[in-house]
Write a protein that binds this ligand. Structure first.
Ligand code: NI
Length: 164
């Protein structure tokens, strides 16, 4: 799948909840995982592949064989503060720290529609918060100062020109 590049307007679309858990959904999740691994990246939200559904995939394992799939994810508890450098497949080459919760509890559904909860800290916590933001139409660079955002936009425009 093609990953939308910042500042593509479609990255600001808000995703809808998934209420049909069928074969098409499983195919979509598997295509998203393939896209994330190929990029390569550690997380991908459906918004980034131009699908406005509340689906995120992540894999922080060393062997890239422990995918975490969260459908309709909702943060139900947070604690602490963390400040870890983040990157994004939609904003290549940019790495910046953003303030996040340190620990989170997330309720979500799996591909079969079964509800579950996951507690996360460290990188996984930051990654899930970053991806949930995508589903709300928010890209991490939008937390940065105006000056930094202007620089990032200039860099992205240059990259886009080079791709043409
Ligand atoms: Ni991202």
């Amino acid at each position: 799948m093609k990953i939308l590049q910042y500042p593509d307007e479609r990255l600001h679309l808000v995703a809808s909840r998934v209420d049909v858990f069928d074969e098409a959904l499983k195919t979509l999740v598997s295509d998203m995982l393939e896209t994330m691994y190929a990029a390569p990246g550690v997380g991908l939200a459906a918004t980034q592949v131009d699908v406005q559904k509340q689906i995120i995939v992540t894999d922080l394992s060393e062997n890239r064989d422990k995918p975490v799939v969260l459908i309709n994810p909702e943060i139900i508890a947070t604690s602490g503060r963390s400040y870890i450098e983040e990157g994004c497949l939609s904003v290549p080459g940019i790495f910046e720290s953003v303030e996040r919760a340190e620990n989170i509890t997330v309720s979500a559904r799996n591909q079969d529609g079964e509800p579950f909860e996951i507690r996360a800290d460290g990188l996984l916590s930051v990654c899930i918060q970053h991806e949930i933001d995508h589903l709300k139409g928010k890209v991490f660079v939008e937390y940065l100062s105006r000056l930094k955002q202007t620089r990032i936009l200039a860099k992205m425009k240059k990259l886009a020109r080079e791709r043409m």
